[in-house]
Design a protein around this ligand. Structure first.
Ligand SMILES: [Zn+2]
Length: 359
């Protein structure tokens, strides 16, 4: 972290501590201003093992997640199902302190780590499910590649030419690890490798790195929930919604709309009911996407831009709070109670999330 960021964080922490101490948290939380707003919280994954050390902006640890849920319970927040929350937002009929909880992607750790905790607190949840890897049932190629190179980060340099990657990859460098996997994935795509062929390549890469791939697979790290698991959780009341079939948003209308239709059709194999809520993969959106989504009957779409939603928010560009390992409990609290709105700039908010495609 560079020095100015450290100073900014430290000032922010001090400001929040002072504001909490003088009663400003309570004042904003109980205000009419806050009652007219909805904080939509976004998570990606809750670690099965060490994923939060590998990708702190994608994963948080189970203890940290539990502390967030405790903040919501103790603060008497109204945690609403996403559909209800949005209807009431636009009717100007929200209860005090409204929050909706969403998870992107639908990785297995949601089933194992997140859902049992949400159930214990009695909080509803929406999962934006990407379906290609849910059907395939092997680790997401890009992600398991990044993860395994991170695991091997103390092993000097490596020649990845046999996989279509660079020759001298310095494993200690995050940038070089990512570039190497991106290059390998590009070559695999150009060769038209199937998901299973890419999985076999990931197993070979693991072997070169002395990583037990079967063990990673059996732990279900960076795998999606199976259609059976989705069905089981849907029966318990988990709301499954759209996130594209292959976690991508093509720039050509027909392909973009096919992603939505394929995703909807695959979810419908496990879950009944309308699928009309959408989340942009990697938070990436363009103006033309809104028209295409509307044409596919999508009524809401969430981004990764940090802000509270209001009745004036475009329903196809709803902001969220992306919760990450780096956010302190105090900072999380300041976003759900609304104080953070007065302390943040739009420029800073946009930087909160850095996403990458996952297929
Ligand atoms: Zn995603």
């Amino acid at each position: 972290m560079i020095a100015s960021d450290r100073v900014r964080r430290s000032l922010r922490r001090t400001a929040l501590t002072v504001l909490k101490g003088c009663g400003a948290f309570h004042l904003v939380k109980s205000s009419d201003w806050r009652r007219q707003r909805l904080t939509i919280v976004c998570y990606h994954g809750i670690s099965l093992e060490d994923e939060n050390e590998w990708r702190p902006f994608l994963y948080i640890g189970p203890d940290q997640f539990e502390r967030r849920l405790e903040i919501l319970r103790r603060g008497n927040y109204s945690v609403l199902a996403l559909g209800e929350a949005l209807e009431r937002l636009y009717r100007n009929d929200l209860p005090p302190r409204s929050v909706a909880i969403t998870f992107d992607d639908g990785t297995y750790d949601f089933y194992r780590q997140a859902y049992p905790r949400l159930k214990q607190f009695g909080f509803p949840v929406t999962v934006y499910l990407t379906t290609y890897y849910s059907d395939l049932q092997c680790p997401v190629f890009h992600l398991i590649g990044y993860y395994m190179l991170w695991k091997a980060r103390e092993r000097g340099t490596m020649d990845l030419a046999e996989f279509g990657g660079p020759r001298n990859v310095m494993l200690a460098s995050l940038e070089q690890r990512q570039k190497a996997i991106d290059q390998i994935a590009q070559v695999a795509a150009a060769q038209g490798l199937t998901g299973l062929q890419k999985n076999a390549m990931a197993a070979r890469l693991a072997q070169r790195l002395n990583i037990d791939y079967q063990e990673l697979v059996s732990k279900r790290i960076l795998q999606l929930m199976t259609p059976e698991e989705v069905k089981e959780l849907a029966a318990e009341g988990v709301d499954f919604q759209l996130h594209t079939h292959r976690h991508r948003t093509p720039l050509e209308e027909a392909l973009f709309r096919k992603e939505i239709r394929d995703n909807r059709e695959h979810i419908a194999r496990s879950v009944s009911g309308d699928k009309t809520h959408f989340c942009y993969p990697s938070g990436a959106y363009r103006p033309e996407f809104l028209e295409w989504l509307a044409a596919e009957g999508v009524v809401s779409a969430t981004t990764c831009d940090t802000a509270l939603a209001t009745a004036k928010s475009n329903p196809l560009l709803l902001p969220r709070l992306v919760d990450t390992t780096g956010r302190s409990d105090l900072e999380f609290e300041s976003w759900v109670n609304g104080i953070a709105h007065f302390l943040s700039s739009g420029r800073k908010a946009q930087k909160a999330y850095v996403g990458r495609p996952s297929s």
